[in-house]
Design a binder for this molecule. Structure first.
Ligand SMILES: [Zn+2]
Length: 224
């Protein structure tokens, strides 16, 4: 956790999407089970989820809706991926809901660690993991629900500079089955994963995962 805070103290919001969208056009969104506005909405349906995102964006006069770290969600119930004895419904990243095609910017200097198209329904679709070196330690950042084009021309070790546009948000057919958004997650110990890492966990695994995947907003510094 200190590793993340040490990078960012006082640096203000770091753009993670198209820098042409000012931070004043970002607003928070609550997709947790506790949000009563979602009672009549099936948020695991991409269209219904997008309609709700649009309502929130319109209400706030915004272009990007964001949030979701450690949110307990109903978003994963329909997918075979998440069926099991213990529901994996606690979200470990921060989501940025915005139009497909929006540029994704690197928040730190780094290099490509790995990438993959995790194309089974309910997974991330095209995914990139960057590795950053901070005071001799590695920090990984994961970007999920990208476009297929985002993976073209990548190779392990490719240098990506802070602020560089290196990927784009994917459409629901590619991302796989979600309204367009970026899933952004910090990972301290990647545990041999390549191009993938769990983005949700169960209550019983939360102590480990919340420590290994610190709040992305400690790095990004958005106001909510
Ligand atoms: Zn997410």
């Amino acid at each position: 956790m200190e590793i993340v805070q040490s990078i960012t103290k006082g640096s203000g919001p770091i753009p993670i999407l198209d820098s042409g969208i000012p931070v004043s056009q970002y607003c928070p969104i609550n997709l947790s089970k506790d949000n009563r506005e979602l009672n009549s909405i099936n948020v695991s349906d991409a269209k219904e989820c997008q309609d709700y995102v649009d309502v929130v964006l319109k209400r706030n006069g915004s272009r990007v809706a964001y949030g979701g770290y450690l949110e307990k969600r109903n978003l994963y119930g329909d997918s075979e991926r998440f069926k099991g004895q213990e529901p994996r419904d606690i979200h470990l990243g921060m989501d940025f809901w915005c139009e497909a095609g929006t540029q994704v910017l690197a928040p730190l200097d780094g290099a490509v660690h790995s990438f993959a198209n995790n194309s089974d329904f309910g997974n991330y679709g095209p995914t990139v993991i960057l590795r950053h070196q901070i005071n001799g330690n590695s920090l990984y950042t994961l970007y999920g629900h990208l476009s297929l084009e985002s993976l073209e021309g990548l190779y392990m070790g490719k240098v990506i500079e802070k602020g560089e546009s290196f990927a784009f948000l994917g459409t629901p057919d590619i991302n796989v089955g979600y309204a367009p958004h970026l899933h952004f997650q910090l990972v301290l110990d990647l545990d041999n994963y390549q191009g993938d890492y769990p983005g949700v966990c169960s209550e019983k695994d939360l102590i480990y995962f919340r420590k290994n995947c610190p709040d992305p907003n400690l790095l990004l510094g958005y106001p909510f």
